[in-house]
Design a protein around this ligand. Structure first.
Ligand code: AKB
Length: 312
């Protein structure tokens, strides 16, 4: 990767990925794009306003920049997608097919994330295998499964170098997530610092896979730099750092803030989504095929998150 275009660059992943890529590949070699105006966090490097549903504009910007790689992140998350399902389909699928077309036309390498949301209630819930039943019951999940298949198709049919992971809930302190089911795992740290208490919209005992942002960013770069000959799966690799329920986060925070109090007011919509997702997924294919590993477990992440959020 030498010239990288990032869509959705103002989002939770994009804002930090752009900074990391600019440190690694040079500021001028990473073009941040987003439907929004440039926002704080993206830095001073090149920026273009791009709506990913506008195929011509995406093509023109990628061509002008002479990109060789495209990191397509622009998407609506799970809870928001349940509110506006048709719009979610148009944005998530329309944006992806445009990104794939541009990658095909301009011979770009393409990264796009899938999610644990690509699984559903009939998927094995524990140690969910890489290749298994995928019958999600959310619009977001339907988009993710279709997206995984579409990436496989563009690789098999046109030879596009598509790569991707199934992200778990991502925890970070730079840009807040928006509209996701796992967002509670970010909010809890902000509320712990501000109020020493948190009211969780996800119920006690609901385990989901999670990961700290630095590990997620490392995984993206590692997969994109991996030897293609070793990639059996290419797209949609299961990756997870740890599996945790709300009370696990509370316990971890209490190691630093003993008076921290956890309350519950379950949101039925997001709880239903969470219940349909796995408790813990098996990341062994990613470990074997491209050396996926993580540096942060829950407690190491909690220590860092509390320090960083306090400094904000
Ligand atoms: C969401 O909750 O929608 C996302 C995800 C797990 O894909 N964080």
């Amino acid at each position: 990767m030498k010239k990288i275009l990032v869509t959705g660059a103002a989002g939770q992943i994009g804002s930090e990925l752009v900074q990391k890529l600019r440190r690694t590949y040079g500021e001028a070699n990473v073009l941040a794009t987003d439907i929004r105006e440039p926002v704080e966090g993206i830095g001073d490097g090149p920026f273009e306003q791009v709506d990913v549903t506008d195929a011509d504009r995406l093509h023109e910007v990628a061509k002008e920049f002479q990109a060789d790689s495209l990191m397509h992140l622009a998407a609506l998350l799970s809870a928001k997608a349940e509110v506006v399902p048709k719009f979610a389909w148009d944005l998530n699928m329309g944006g992806l097919v445009n990104a794939l077309e541009v990658a095909h036309e301009l011979d770009l390498k393409l990264f796009t994330p899938s999610s644990i949301g690509a699984f559903g209630p009939t998927t094995p819930q524990d140690h969910t295998p890489q290749d298994t039943i995928q019958r999600p019951t959310t619009m977001y999940g339907v988009n993710k499964v279709a997206g995984e298949l579409l990436c496989d198709y563009y690789h098999q049919r046109f030879g596009v170098d598509t790569r991707g992971v199934r992200f778990p809930g991502l925890i970070s302190y730079v840009t807040p997530p928006g509209g996701g089911t796992t967002d509670y795992a970010v909010e809890i740290y902000y509320e712990a610092i501000k109020k020493k208490s948190y009211t969780s919209y996800i119920g006690k005992g609901t385990k989901m896979d999670m990961m700290y942002m630095p590990d997620a960013l490392d995984a993206i770069v590692q997969l994109m730099e991996a030897d293609p000959a070793k990639l059996i799966h290419r797209n949609a690799f299961n990756i997870s750092a740890f599996s945790a329920a709300p009370e696990d986060f509370a316990r971890s925070i209490q190691n630093h803030i003993p008076e921290f109090e956890m309350k519950y007011e379950v949101d039925p919509v997001r709880q239903k989504i969470a219940d349909s997702w796995p408790n813990s997924i098996d990341s062994s294919a990613a470990q074997q095929e491209w050396g996926f590993h993580v540096d942060y477990d829950l407690d190491k992440m909690t220590k860092d998150m509390l320090e960083k959020v306090k400094q904000k």
